[in-house]
Design a protein. Structure first.
Length: 202
């Protein structure tokens, strides 16, 4: 039987065109939900269900592992689901995240720019720039010290952001978060060193 590559287990088939040539609005929405802590939280069905207070209600007649056909690859995400409503919220999040990742993958450089922007305007990313401004006068804009300061701040910022994304997404992996944090430290150090070197010459 041929495989329908437009369908992922447990995920509805995408509308025609989506995943291959998404619109700007579709790309922007996907990147906002995938890479921005606020956007991810607002989109999370499971988080919303938790705020309603019945996510953790125990239905003793319900066994979540009898209700996850097609979602076996994400079985660990259902370990805390004790009723059908909670399981449905987790499934909805998985479906949306997989669809958003397909859109992101198909968005090319536009998606890359939008993803960077979504991450850049997130609340935790206010930390790095402020650190350079606050510490610059005290350390004389030393390139090495600026690199260390901004690199460390970028790592902290990325760690806070990734913690938020991990808490509101079902398909985000620990490896993905680790790479993001590591990359932020390196980029922050490079930017800090460059800014420190320029300011020390002025």
């Amino acid at each position: 039987m041929p495989i329908d590559r437009d369908t992922v287990l447990g995920t509805p088939k995408l509308p025609a065109g989506v995943g291959f040539n998404p619109s700007f609005a579709e790309s922007a929405g996907a990147e906002w939900r995938l890479g921005n802590m606020v956007g991810s939280a607002l989109a999370s069905e499971a988080l919303w269900a938790r705020t309603q207070g019945d996510f953790y209600d125990i239905d003793r007649n319900y066994n979540v592992f009898d209700d996850i056909a097609g979602y076996e690859d994400h079985m660990d995400r259902f370990e805390g689901a004790f009723n059908a409503k909670a399981a449905a919220a987790i499934k909805a999040d998985i479906d949306r995240e997989i669809k958003d990742r397909r859109i992101s993958d198909a968005s090319g450089w536009v998606g890359t720019v939008l993803g960077f922007g979504a991450s850049l305007i997130d609340l935790p990313t206010l930390i790095p720039g402020g650190v350079l401004a606050r510490t610059g006068g005290k350390i004389g804009y030393s390139a090495a010290k600026s690199a260390l300061s901004v690199g460390a701040a970028a790592g902290v910022s990325a760690a806070v952001q990734e913690a938020g994304l991990q808490a509101t997404q079902q398909t985000r992996t620990a490896e993905e978060s680790a790479w993001t944090i590591g990359g932020s430290v390196v980029l922050g150090a490079l930017l800090g060193a460059g800014a420190g070197a320029l300011m020390s010459r002025s």
